[in-house]
Design a binder for this molecule. Structure first.
Ligand code: GLU
Length: 311
């Protein structure tokens, strides 16, 4: 059964695969497979200072060990020419910006809520080329997109409706800190469209970035995919899962002799599809997969939750 559905897994090799990433990937995987769809794997390896050597191969290997499989593979670092072409097609809508994060922070008119920073357009019309901006500041400028005014509406399959006037909330938003446009926002939007991705399933930390991505899709003449943003895994303190919550790297569980079915089982339990200590495979979960049973709140990986994976 081919329903035309295509989804994707898009890890960044900025760190090791951990329980949080795997829960989101598990949902993305089951959503694609339960619809008889294709699943693409895209390594988002454009974040050079933060990418960790060897993390890309480890992520791929650990996902296979957990039982994931996919139908196509690409690596963003090999696709610079594609991004360059996309960027040149919207050259009249973008401009290079030399402002640092600190500059943007200090330019906020009022104390700003949340993590999204408003950019007042300081570098609009300031530099004719990216190279000129580079020569001025001595470090790679960032391409910004002239956000048109107006509210953007995203209908999300899990999170519901999300509306934002990007020009008012973010201003001209960043696409990439790279001459060719090889950076997360531009690259992921272009790649999803060129690969025929119909639905983007990812963590809900990216929901606020979606209206801006939608404006970019429109400017590039690309179709808008559907979205499904799912809650993240947090530690017992309610903060996004990180090292301070303990070692939740898949590599650590694997080295300690935890079987993959236990990891998948515990994460499936957090979605309402398995008993807490059940060992289950992704293939077995296909029949139990049900988006409606996934709690709306973040998955809390507190000490009691994590202790279920100790051997
Ligand atoms: N590579 C991004 C991450 O690991 C995900 C980007 C996306 O799903 O659009 O956070």
């Amino acid at each position: 059964m081919d329903t035309g559905y295509a989804g994707r897994l898009a890890p960044s090799p900025t760190g090791a695969l951990h329980l949080g990433n795997v829960r989101t990937f598990m949902i993305a995987y089951l959503r694609a497979r339960s619809r008889g769809g294709r699943l693409l794997f895209r390594m988002e390896d454009l974040d050079h200072p933060r990418d960790k050597p060897g993390a890309d191969r480890a992520i791929e290997d650990e996902l296979r060990w957990l039982g994931f499989e996919w139908d196509g593979f690409c690596r963003q670092s090999e696709r610079r020419a594609v991004y360059r072409e996309a960027l040149s097609s919207i050259r009249d809508k973008v401009y290079p910006c030399v402002c640092s994060r600190r500059d943007v922070e200090s330019a906020q008119g009022a104390p700003h809520s949340g993590e999204q920073l408003y950019y007042p357009g300081t570098c609009r019309g300031r530099f004719a080329t990216w190279r000129e901006a580079l020569a001025f500041s001595g470090r790679p400028p960032c391409w910004r997109f002239r956000a048109p005014p107006g509210e953007v509406r995203v209908e999300d399959a899990f999170a519901g409706e999300f509306r934002q006037d990007v020009s008012a909330a973010l201003g001209d938003f960043p696409l990439a800190r790279d001459e060719d446009g090889a950076g997360y926002t531009l690259a992921s939007v272009v790649d999803d469209a060129l690969a025929g991705v119909r639905e983007v399933v990812r963590g809900d930390d990216l929901l606020p970035a979606t209206p801006a991505q939608t404006l970019l899709q429109d400017a590039l003449g690309l179709p808008r995919p559907s979205y499904c943003h799912v809650p993240l895994v947090v530690g017992g303190d309610g903060r996004r899962l990180a090292k301070r919550h303990g070692d939740t790297r898949i590599a650590a569980y694997r080295a300690a002799g935890v079987r993959p079915g236990r990891i998948i089982g515990l994460l499936a339990h957090s979605c309402g599809w398995a008993g807490a200590d059940e060992e289950v495979s992704l293939a077995e979960l296909l029949e139990r997969f049900d988006m409606d049973s996934i709690p709306r709140a973040p998955c809390v990986a507190d000490a009691a939750f994590l202790s279920r994976l100790s051997v």
